[in-house]
Design a protein around this ligand. Structure first.
Ligand SMILES: [Fe+2]
Ligand SMILES: [Fe+2]
Length: 265
């Protein structure tokens, strides 16, 4: 009986030993598996981080390009305006007014923002007008007026060589900002909606700002006088829908004017 029990104990011991071995091996396997997993997780994480870093770089580059483009476009507009005795803030205000008109007219935010950047270039063609005419004090004679009026076509020709959407848009603005709703504008006597909405908007934004600003040769018009002529020119010089937008959202336009006042005013 004792012998029998001893054998049983011995067999149990062997079993325990074998169980312990198996368990140790199993634990080792699990640990190794964990390490492999951790290593692969780490590699994946690194790859992910690297991608994120590259993505951020591309984004920063993209923003840099966009900012540069905005600045170039804006500077070009300012150059055009400086040649036409306008102040630096004139183009900024026209830009803001144009965006307000565009949004209320129903253009998408992105397109409205683009028009804000393109509209300051409306007079870029003036860089090609001779100084003697451009800087002439007082009224132009018929011939000088004709030469002045070529700035619309000149601006279009300058800008339309580019395939960049913003410059294409600026080309339209330069070309059509002196067209009138009733077909008596220049250079093509386009009528109504034949005139691109970009041209119609910039025309009104530009005139609103020009009338309300003082120049060496003229006082700023009072608001009453501006409002009166806008009502008279509704459907004549200007798109009636845009005139309605102007009066319906007057506060927005006036607050831009307040925030971007000329220092000399
Ligand atoms: Fe102009
Ligand atoms: Fe202007």
């Amino acid at each position: 009986m004792i012998i029998h029990e001893n054998r049983l104990i011995h067999e149990i011991e062997i079993l325990q030993e074998s169980f312990a071995k198996t368990t140790t091996k199993l634990i080792k396997d699990v640990k190794r598996q964990d390490k492999i997993m951790a290593r692969s997780d780490k590699r994946q994480q690194q790859e992910y981080d690297e991608l994120q870093r590259k993505f951020a770089e591309v984004e920063a580059l993209q923003k840099e390009i966009e900012d540069t483009q905005k600045e170039v476009v804006f500077t070009m507009g300012a150059i055009g305006e400086s040649r036409s005795k306008e102040t630096g803030n004139h183009v900024k205000r026209v830009a803001e007014y144009s965006k307000i008109f565009a949004l209320h007219y129903g253009l998408e935010e992105k397109e409205a923002e683009m028009l804000k950047q393109a509209s300051p270039m409306h007079d870029i063609g003036k860089i090609a007008i001779p100084d003697a005419i451009l800087n002439k004090p007082g009224r132009f004679n018929e011939n000088e007026r004709k030469i002045m009026d070529t700035h619309a076509q000149l601006g279009y020709d300058m800008l339309n060589v580019s395939d960049r959407p913003i410059l294409k848009m600026a080309a339209i603005v330069a070309y059509e900002h002196h067209e009138k709703w009733n077909g008596t504008g220049y250079p093509n006597q386009r009528k109504g909606e034949e005139i691109h909405i970009y041209g119609r908007i910039t025309a009104l934004a530009d005139v609103f700002d020009a009338l309300g600003s003082s120049r060496i040769y003229k006082e700023a018009w009072s608001d009453e006088r501006i409002f009166k002529i806008f009502k008279e020119e509704r459907g004549e010089h200007f798109d009636p829908k845009l005139i309605d937008i102007f009066f319906d959202n007057l506060d927005e336009f006036l607050s831009v004017r307040d925030n971007l006042r000329d220092v000399t005013d």
